[in-house]
Ligand binder design. Structure first.
Ligand code: FES
Length: 499
């Protein structure tokens, strides 16, 4: 029997990204009916799904890289209470369907009896015989046990383990897995949600439940009024999905202009040497005061030196907004950057306080379904990494390509990360180039892109020093890429005083 699925769920079932299915819809190889995919259509395109009767879970949850896959497997099952609530709701649905079926069956049997009685009384024989055949065939078809197809069984299973949430009015969708709250799951899926404290006190994550159930999983102090409760309002940071399908009404941020300026005192979690001239600074926000930002944006970091003077500098965030407590920065050694000098002199250590102001910047993912091309030079990899992680969370781009130019011998300080993405993702390709001359390097990079990308409609994201960004932008424009499809982030040279 044909079963209808959303594109999101279909992608989960066959283990590809949503962007891949959307691309197939666009090129006509996958047909949608009223926005849904039929299981028949899905099996026609992905017949291997039916053949794999073992390892289904692994296939369903095939994700990105091994570490991420492991984390997902650990998180896959929600708490016992939530599981029990979802099972209860699904069992109730099944019981309702069964009750209806029994009533229909009883009705048809009664109809059959009446027909026999009418026949015995001598009603029109031909008509009665036809009607009798019709009822007999209908009853036989209703009672015939048809084996459910594998995708339907898998979909039912997924409904218990991971609930599907639809957002109105945007139409965005995300799944809630494991112990995630609605807020955590929405952020993980790359949604620009409105929230503040993250611990149930500010009320900023308030949303209206249109259909489905929620279950409270965290304590919350926010005083929700009776009227709000009656209208179905709930806090996303303190609740998870109680039913396998949930529809929420909420407003999402449209862009950087909707993200408030914040000031947060964070603590240093770790400082890691990535290369002789580059360090990773890992900051952690307080649990009740997280940084709300968009992938690709920057913040100002400030510390107090032992001599009492404050030093600060602007850096792009290198991590994904889906983990708003753990902020990563790639900081390069630079004589004119007092914050970097402090860091490289081991003046910033685990446990130290670092103040964060921001976020700022318009270098964020455009609302587009085109293939994404990322180009970074040296530490320009930081905002590019954040954008790539966000794009992976959104799961909407048909393909991602990364080009990373290093102007120093140790410039590809996270080559392992690129390799991991490349190995885990079918739709991800990367190319690393090393060239000390920035303008010549940008031209080489453009030549590498020209091989297969300039003919396609892509969104281009460029980040790095001004010379790199302007040279590559000029190459792209000269090749006919429209200006609106080129997004740039120029990392300014520090101009502070020397030590
Ligand atoms: S984010 Fe503050 S109550 Fe949910």
């Amino acid at each position: 029997m044909t079963h209808w699925l959303t594109v999101w769920r279909a992608a989960q079932l066959v283990g590809v990204s949503r962007g891949v299915l959307q691309q197939q819809v666009r090129d006509g190889s996958l047909v949608l009916t009223e926005g849904l995919v039929s299981t028949d259509e899905l099996l026609r395109l992905y017949p291997a799904t039916q053949l794999e009767d073992t390892g289904i879970l692994e296939r369903v949850t095939t994700i990105r890289d091994e570490a991420f896959g492991r984390r997902l497997r650990e998180r896959l099952l929600p708490s016992q209470e939530v599981l029990a609530t979802r099972l209860f709701n699904q069992t109730q649905e099944l019981a309702d369907v069964r009750r209806h079926l029994q009533r229909y069956h009883g009705l048809v049997v009664a109809l059959q009896d009446r027909l026999h009685a009418l026949q015995a009384k001598g009603a029109t024989p031909l008509e009665l015989a036809e009607l009798q055949d019709f009822v007999d065939e209908g009853l036989a078809a209703a009672l015939a046990t048809e084996q459910a197809d594998l995708l339907t069984v898998m979909d039912d299973m997924l409904k218990v383990m991971s609930a599907q949430v639809t957002v109105r009015p945007s139409g965005h969708e995300f799944t809630v897995e494991g112990h995630d709250t609605l807020l955590q799951a929405g952020l993980r899926a790359g949604l620009k949600l409105n929230y503040g404290c993250g611990n149930g006190t500010c009320g900023m994550c308030k949303v209206r439940v249109i259909s489905g159930d929620v279950v409270r999983t965290q304590p919350c102090d926010y005083p929700m009024s009776e009227a709000e409760r009656a209208q179905g309002y709930t806090l996303m940071c303190a609740h998870t999905a109680g039913s396998s399908e949930l529809t929420l009404e909420l407003l999402e941020a449209g862009g950087p202009q909707d993200i408030p300026q914040q000031q947060i005192v964070t603590s240093v979690r770790a400082v890691t040497q990535l290369a002789p001239g580059t360090r990773l600074l890992h900051l952690q926000t307080p649990r009740s005061h997280r940084l709300r930002f968009l992938a690709g944006q920057s913040v100002t970091l400030g510390v107090s030196r032992p001599d009492g003077r404050d030093v600060h500098a602007l850096y792009p965030v290198a991590s994904c907004p889906c983990d708003d407590r753990n902020l990563h920065f790639f900081i390069e050694r630079h004589a004119l950057d007092p914050f970097a000098r402090q860091l490289f002199a081991d003046g910033i250590k685990a446990g130290d306080a670092v103040t964060v102001w921001g976020p700022v910047g318009e270098f964020v993912l455009a609302d587009s379904q085109r293939p994404l091309v990322f180009a970074a030079c040296d530490a320009g990899f930081a905002p590019i990494k954040s954008l790539i992680e966000h794009a992976l969370a959104l799961d909407a781009a048909p393909s991602l390509s990364l080009f990373w130019l290093a102007t120093k011998p140790d410039g590809h300080f996270l080559e392992n990360q690129c390799r991991a993405w490349g190995e885990a993702l079918d739709q991800f390709e990367y190319e690393l180039l090393a060239e000390p001359d920035i303008t010549f390097g940008a031209a080489q990079l453009a030549a590498a892109m020209r091989a297969d990308l300039f003919d396609i409609e892509c969104e281009f994201y460029l980040a790095g020093p001004e010379a790199f960004v302007s040279a590559l932008r000029a190459e792209l424009r000269a090749s006919g890429v429209p200006a609106a499809q080129i997004h740039t982030n120029v990392l300014l040279e520090p101009v502070g005083e020397t030590a």
